[in-house]
Design a binder for this molecule. Structure first.
Ligand SMILES: [Zn+2]
Length: 304
């Protein structure tokens, strides 16, 4: 398919792969690809690889770089509003300005390059085209190896002073733990509600085994899922006490447990939430691994 209109790139840089998507001027995804994240040399090759991808697609589409409306990028780390990253450990990156660095590899004006934290960018994708479509404000909770969060209020990602807003995984409110979280503290939501935490609590290889056993009627595993849901429901109630988002969106690998898990989270959320927020929605994410590309493109696409 040849695109006659302008093209937008939505790039989601992860620790293993870079998910690259391109979009037409209506905001529809027109194609996507995955390239490996080359972390050697302090991650210096990553943006060069992104630039090569952009050039390749622009060529394939018979376009030129001046047709590129912009490039949005999600990165796994905190990002200041000017696009400066502060140590993306997963990429080997230190502190530098991402738009300036990308512009050294490809002739795209700085003002057409936007960068955001990957969790916020995924939340923006779900808000725009996924489970959060139609809601004024959303908070996305991504439950995978860790527990990430992103907050969108009236169409804008809320980054916070340090780029650490909505880091719901590290809300410290679990009292009875005696081992440290990946962040160094003890008592974080992530320790009990991540896929890793769920598997540990259930004494199983992975979270899926815990859910499968619970669904098959294993009482011990049912109790684990109940406890996980209680922690998640309580954490969402805490988040509602601060941001009161119209809708919570649950994504990440653990969200594959679907309504079985969501119903339990809703039950505890209603129990813990301050009464005006009690009926806020809790739904499943719908874009899967594409959310980051959509959200990155949305950093550029401002038409609706
Ligand atoms: Zn933590």
């Amino acid at each position: 398919m040849k695109m006659t209109n302008k093209i937008i790139f939505g790039i989601d840089i992860g620790g293993t792969t870079i998910k690259c998507g391109y979009f037409d001027d209506k905001g529809n995804m027109a194609g996507k690809d995955e390239i490996p994240t080359r972390k050697e040399n302090g991650g210096q090759l990553i943006l060069a690889d992104v630039a090569d991808y952009i050039r390749r697609i622009v060529d394939e589409q018979g376009l030129s770089l001046s047709d590129v409306m912009g490039v949005g990028i999600g990165v796994p780390g905190s990002v200041r509003d000017d696009g400066t990253v502060n140590k993306c450990v997963n990429l080997g990156w230190g502190v530098f300005n991402v738009p300036e660095a990308l512009a050294k590899h490809i002739d795209i004006p700085l003002e057409n390059i936007a960068v955001g934290n990957d969790a916020n960018v995924a939340a923006l994708g779900e808000y725009w085209k996924g489970g959060g479509k139609g809601y004024s404000s959303i908070m996305m909770i991504t439950i995978g190896t860790g527990v990430g969060g992103g907050l969108i209020i009236n169409g804008k990602p809320v980054n916070g002073y340090n780029g650490a807003a909505a880091e719901i995984g590290h809300i410290p409110f679990v009292d009875d733990l005696d081992f440290p979280c990946t962040c160094g503290k003890t008592g974080c939501l992530e320790q009990v509600a991540s896929a890793t935490g769920i598997a540990r609590m259930g004494g199983r290889k992975n979270a899926k085994e815990v859910f499968d056993a619970a669904l098959a009627g294993d009482k011990d595993m049912e109790a684990v899922v109940e406890k996980v849901s209680m922690y998640l429901g309580k954490a969402l109630a805490i988040a509602a006490g601060i941001a009161d988002p119209e809708c919570f969106i649950i994504g990440g690998g653990v969200s594959a447990a679907g309504e079985y898990l969501l119903e339990k989270i809703r039950k505890y959320y209603r129990e813990y939430a301050f009464h005006p927020s009690r009926d806020n929605k809790i739904v499943k994410a719908t874009l899967g691994n594409d959310a980051g590309m959509y959200g990155a493109a949305r950093l550029i696409y401002k038409a609706d």
